[in-house]
Design a protein around this ligand. Structure first.
Ligand code: GLU
Length: 275
């Protein structure tokens, strides 16, 4: 993205190369994303079916990926010029602040505390926190049943984990690095329930028919935004323009139907972006 002078670009390229050679790529001093080479780097989840999943053949698919591809195309980067990076929940702010990604489309809720560190375009999807249990479980029917020494899994650095810690202190919360790790622990009985946004949970349920079910009502409101580096208002506005166009031309709806159809969600109105 040509947002700096040629001199600065060249200087940064040299500095990036030097940092890479001493394995200091995570330095917060300089943005070392790949846009210097005419590419754009986007952070997504790799293990959330329906939203964003890396398939065994290496290709990516899901609603977040469709949104990311659409936005990138509008910014002038077709699919073959996108570099994808995995963005686990607990690393998202760091990836943006270090300049390792240009933007994040990673089930990333817009919150005031995150806004201190990063900026958000969007929102592009509204969802809410819920619970996933094994299909034969009759004991857990909602948040109240978790208080009785039930083991609940969520992910470090996520809003659902924080909410459980703040509001349900009696619950035994176990924090893993990814939701897919939580779901495997649920499958083999190591934990009793998984909590995060219902669109994510529904994706896991749809992937293993008969194994899991969602229980209870949504107990939060999550607004997914596209994370950008703090202060990068030009990029934020261009992403908002792209999101509005995606909603206007029917692509948003098509992506929703394609990715969440199997999970049984009816198509909502897309949320208005915040300017
Ligand atoms: N939307 C929530 C968050 O941003 C949960 C999903 C996630 O961890 O990616 O933390």
């Amino acid at each position: 993205m040509a947002m700096t002078s040629e001199w600065f670009r060249r200087a940064r390229r040299r500095l990036c190369a030097a940092l890479a050679s001493v394995a200091l790529l995570a330095s917060p001093v300089v943005a070392c994303t790949s846009h210097d080479s005419g590419k754009i780097t986007i952070g997504v989840k790799f293990d959330q079916p329906g939203l964003s999943v890396k398939r065994p053949d290496g290709t990516l698919g899901g609603f977040d990926v469709d949104v990311a591809r659409y936005v990138a195309a509008r910014l002038g980067y077709p699919a073959d010029r996108i570099t994808w990076i995995e963005a686990p929940s607990g690393q998202r702010e760091m990836l943006l602040r270090n300049g390792q990604v240009d933007f994040l489309v990673a089930t990333y809720s817009i919150t005031d505390s995150r806004r201190q560190k990063v900026d958000f375009a969007g929102p592009y999807l509204l969802t809410g926190q819920s619970l996933l249990v094994r299909a034969d479980n009759t004991e857990i029917t909602g948040t109240a049943s978790l208080q009785h020494h039930k083991k609940l899994c969520s992910v470090s650095g996520s809003t659902p984990a924080q909410r459980i810690k703040d509001r349900y202190p009696g619950v035994q919360l176990q924090r893993y690095d990814t939701y897919s790790a939580c779901v495997e622990a649920l499958r083999n009985g190591a934990i009793d329930a998984v909590t995060t946004d219902d669109v994510i949970l529904a994706g896991y349920a749809a992937q293993s028919p008969g194994a899991f079910k969602l229980v209870g009502e949504r107990f939060s409101q999550e607004r997914y935004g596209i994370g950008v580096r703090k202060g990068n208002d030009g990029l934020r506005q261009r992403i908002n323009d792209a999101l509005e166009e995606m909603e206007r031309d029917g692509s948003w709806r098509a992506a929703f139907v394609e990715n969440f159809g199997a999970a049984g969600f009816s198509v909502p109105e897309p949320p208005p972006v915040g300017r």
